[in-house]
Design a protein around this ligand. Structure first.
Ligand code: SF4
Length: 300
């Protein structure tokens, strides 16, 4: 029977026992549990990777203004800004994560990895990684399998939903997927991949879900950029064998515990945090009034 992704520790043990790589174990799980052939899985991943890259391009090249007006072509501005804070590569990373997420906020096509709210992180991370290190598409798809395995475990041990565990569960999980994928692509060991996940989640713990006007725009879009940055910093730390000290499974359990005790107003209800600020309240009212105004037209 395929490994059931109940913990990172067991995933590692299973890899060592069966002499399989991290991605091979996920493929085995998908074929046995979902009844899909390996070819279908690879084909699906290839399509997802294509959509991710298209989202990056669309966000950087096409008009990106959301109905609320809160999102207004921010990715392009960042991409074209003449002074990189660190390097052009870092600027590109941030722009691409923003770009793909803006496409989602403007109702375009994205890959929910693991959710639509966090859909800019993996595209930003993988696109930039491939460009800098000339990673093959085949390796990127394998890394996406590893990322999927990471998400499956987090979903079981904690949550990947902002409504259940706060933003740590959404953008935190996507960042952990990205960090693990980076380390995997750069030939890190299993321990280093899992360490990258642990370090990433340690950096994202406690992040609440407080979308302004209940729209997945503010702060969601900028959090995709910061999560992409954290994925990269964590991967850099993990590759150098700097240990997370708290084992990855315990870190994920801590995330679950924090998510469970988080107040409801911080779980996608738009009742607390940024969503409760006076400015956000005004925006929410404006968005609501406009939606009511358009209702009669829609019904006629
Ligand atoms: S703030 Fe909430 S809606 Fe926005 S990305 Fe985070 S979890 Fe998703």
């Amino acid at each position: 029977m395929a490994f059931l992704f109940d913990s990172f520790e067991h995933w590692k043990i299973y890899c060592l026992k069966t002499d399989k790589t991290l991605d091979e174990v996920v493929v085995e799980y998908e074929t046995e549990q979902k009844g899909r052939s390996e070819g279908e899985i690879i084909d699906g991943l290839g399509k997802a990777w294509k959509v991710m890259k298209e989202a990056v391009h669309s966000g950087l090249e096409e008009e990106m203004t959301s109905r609320s007006g809160m999102i207004n072509n921010g990715a392009k501005k960042v991409y074209r800004y003449p002074t990189p804070v660190l390097s052009k590569e870092f600027q590109n990373l941030i722009s691409r994560a923003l770009a793909a997420k803006e496409v989602n906020s403007c109702m375009g096509r994205v890959v929910a990895a693991p959710t639509a709210g966090a859909s800019g992180i993996m595209p930003g991370v993988l696109y930039t990684l491939q460009e800098i290190h000339q990673i093959s598409d085949k390796r990127i798809l394998e890394a996406m399998m590893v990322a999927a395995g990471i998400a499956i475990i987090i979903e079981q041990k904690a949550s990947i939903s902002g409504a259940v565990g706060g933003c740590q569960a959404e953008t935190g999980t996507a960042a952990a997927m990205g960090a693990g994928a980076i380390v995997f692509c750069l030939d890190g060991t299993i321990d280093q991949v899992f360490n990258a996940v642990a370090i990433t989640i340690q950096c994202m713990l406690g992040l609440v879900c407080d979308p302004v006007a209940g729209l997945v725009e503010i702060p969601c879009v900028v959090r995709n950029a910061s999560a992409a940055a954290i994925a990269n910093s964590s991967a850099q730390i993990a590759l150098a064998d700097v240990n997370s000290v708290i084992p990855v499974d315990e870190v994920i359990e801590a995330m679950g515990e924090i998510g469970a005790s988080m107040e409801t107003r911080y779980k996608e209800t738009a009742l607390g945090g940024l969503a409760a600020t006076p400015t956000a309240q005004k925006i929410a009212k404006r968005v609501l009034i406009r939606d009511i105004d358009v209702l009669p037209d829609q019904e006629s």
